[in-house]
Design a binder for this molecule. Structure first.
Ligand code: ADP
Ligand code: MG
Length: 239
């Protein structure tokens, strides 16, 4: 753990870029304004934030776009989930008046999507609701879950594109988007589906991308869809 190499920077950066928010070293530092979040972390029994969480939380809580590059098992899910909860809670439109979800999380596989949904459902933060839509799952059930109105939709790219095209997934009120394991989704050939849906989401949303690597395809996606993103790279020094 001590040989973690951490690099944080604006990917594109310009004169107007704001300073990068300072990392935290404790849960309390990150969420002092959100005691209910701290309670949930205590219940989960975590000792301290992971390196990517220390960097990501201040960035995301300040509304900035983030690219998180770190290996599997480094706690990326909670890095984007807890700020998503706070984001939803801070919305001015009451959820009863909002059509469609506020948060969209796109993941490469059904297993990963379900795992994220399970993680969300562990945290009972202010009645925030979620549903998971993926290929091979019962389409009618997924549509009826969407109709009930949820705050967070977790989707695999194919089914997401399908349900968007059919009008069952309304994306115009989405203000927080996560592309989880973006490199894997591109490797699996999902770029067109992702782009089609991303075009329909308002440009002034907050965007997050996680990836294990930083290949040209992922860079292109970041260039098209992100707003002056901050990249956090956590890697081992391979000495
Ligand atoms: P990644 O997406 O980076 O591969 P995950 O977000 O799936 O990793 O996290 C891997 C595991 O670590 C999960 O079981 C998660 O509950 C756990 N975890 C997350 N944050 C912490 C933390 N701060 N301390 C200990 N365990 C954590
Ligand atoms: Mg993950």
């Amino acid at each position: 753990e001590s040989n973690n190499n951490i690099v944080v920077d604006r990917v594109f950066g310009n004169e107007e870029s704001k300073p990068i928010p300072k990392p935290v070293s404790t849960f309390e530092q990150a969420f002092f304004n959100y005691p209910e979040i701290l309670d949930e972390i205590t219940k989960a029994g975590f000792e301290k934030p992971s390196p990517i969480q220390c960097q990501a939380w201040p960035v995301l809580l300040s509304g900035e776009d983030l690219i998180g590059i770190a290996q599997t098992g480094s706690g990326k899910t909670l890095a984007f989930l807890l700020p998503a909860f706070i984001h939803i809670d801070g919305q001015t439109t009451p959820k009863e008046e909002r059509k469609g979800p506020a948060v969209l999380i796109v993941a490469p596989t059904r297993e990963l999507a379900l795992q994220i949904d399970k993680e969300i459902k562990k945290y009972h933060y202010r009645g925030i609701s979620s549903c998971c839509v993926y290929g091979g799952g019962d389409r009618k059930l997924q549509i009826s879950a969407l109709r009930k109105g949820v705050d967070i939709v977790i989707a695999t790219p194919g089914r997401m594109n399908d349900l968007h095209t059919s009008g069952d997934l309304y994306v115009e009120n989405i203000t927080y988007v996560v592309l989880d394991e973006a490199d894997r989704m591109l490797d699996m050939g999902f770029e067109a589906q992702i782009r089609r849906v991303m075009y329909s989401i308002r440009p002034n949303r907050q965007s997050i991308m996680t990836s294990a690597t930083w290949p040209p395809g992922v860079r292109r996606l970041a260039t098209s869809y992100m707003n002056d993103p901050i990249q956090v790279y956590v890697g081992s020094l391979d000495l």
